[in-house]
Design a protein around this ligand. Sequence first.
Ligand SMILES: [Ca+2]
Ligand SMILES: [Ca+2]
Ligand SMILES: [Ca+2]
Length: 219
Amino acid sequence: MKKLVSLLSVLVMGVAFSGCDFGSDDNGGDDTIAGQDTVGGEDTAQDVLVAEEGYTYVRIIDDLANVVDVGCQAGNPGADIDAIELMRGGQDAASVVATAGDIVDVSDVPEANATACAANDKDDPSEVLGVADGVAGDGTFTGYFSLNGRTLDVQLWDATDAPVEMTVGDFLHVVEMHNNTPESAENYTIMVGYMGDTDVVWQDLTTEGSTGETFVEIL
Ligand SMILES: [Ca+2]
Ligand SMILES: [Ca+2]
Ligand SMILES: [Ca+2]
């Protein structure tokens, strides 16, 4: 059976906030950001074909250009991932049926990132587990993991710690913390995966350039 996965990328822009540290540029704010055209709430939609069922894994790939284009923010370099939630029946907290329950893998920090961004005080991947601690864009900045060029693999679990498969109509919700400034809403790519014979098989959702808070509709 085949599924069609449609990406609906929505950056939720809340009340402007100042004074937080995440995503803040440490060199005066003169940087430009790749993919900035997605900042500001414009929706995009792309369709890709998913050839297998049983998707319980999610991969978040940091955009290496975050460091180049956004700058090396003090203490939280790269995309700042608070939570990865699976929602059923809506796009609100009450609709969450599964969250990142297991950290499957975290890749090494690329050499270029390690050199440019040696300081990362948001370096605990377990911060992505469970429901969102903060709300992207509203100034509640807590409980997130700054990728600093890395790739993060998780499995979605329900409240009983059982893996949960994505089904048609679900929304995959990735909370990347930002404060309504272009340089704080950083780019990343989302993939979904299922367990093959020996390893997780990953499906690209063509979500490169996802920025800030993203919803992916499973169709
Ligand atoms: Ca960041
Ligand atoms: Ca969190
Ligand atoms: Ca950010």
